[in-house]
Design a protein around this ligand. Structure first.
Ligand code: AMP
Length: 124
């Protein structure tokens, strides 16, 4: 799979487009989703050029994968929804490929929470 360096998250990573940053580590960045689907909606992305989970899981270095997974945990804490923040829970979603409904071709996890999220899937 070829990575499109003009995708919107690549532009955010290069500082060409602003974002509301929540967290940053060596290999991950988290920022508010521009079109929130829940009271809390944050996107967590690896800094490396990975199209989706297939690409990341196969091609990322171990240190990038570890850092990214830890970033997911840090973001839920910072957002106040993690058990470690006495929160009430949350949901991580990663849309991959056409059936997954992925729009931006740079791997991202949506962290949604801050309210009860109901059933897991709605096929619309
Ligand atoms: P997906 O459909 O899983 O690819 O999700 C892409 C997400 O990126 C959507 O939830 C959009 O609202 C979000 N998004 C698109 N552009 C921006 C941006 N400039 N800043 C923050 N979030 C964005």
């Amino acid at each position: 799979m070829k990575y499109d360096t003009d995708n919107i998250f690549a532009k955010i990573l290069r500082g060409e487009i602003p974002c509301k940053k929540i967290y940053e580590s060596d290999h991950a960045l988290a920022f508010k989703d521009i079109n929130p689907q829940a009271k809390i909606h944050i996107l967590v992305i690896p800094k490396g050029p990975y199209v989706n989970m297939d690409d990341f899981s196969q091609n990322a270095k171990n240190e990038e994968i570890i850092d990214f997974i830890r970033a997911l945990g840090e973001v839920s804490k910072l957002a106040g929804v993690s058990e470690y923040a006495q929160g009430k829970g949350y949901r991580y979603i990663s849309n991959n490929g056409p059936d997954g409904g992925q729009e931006v071709p740079h791997l991202h996890f949506h962290m949604v929470g801050g309210e009860s999220l109901g059933r897991m899937l709605s096929k619309k």
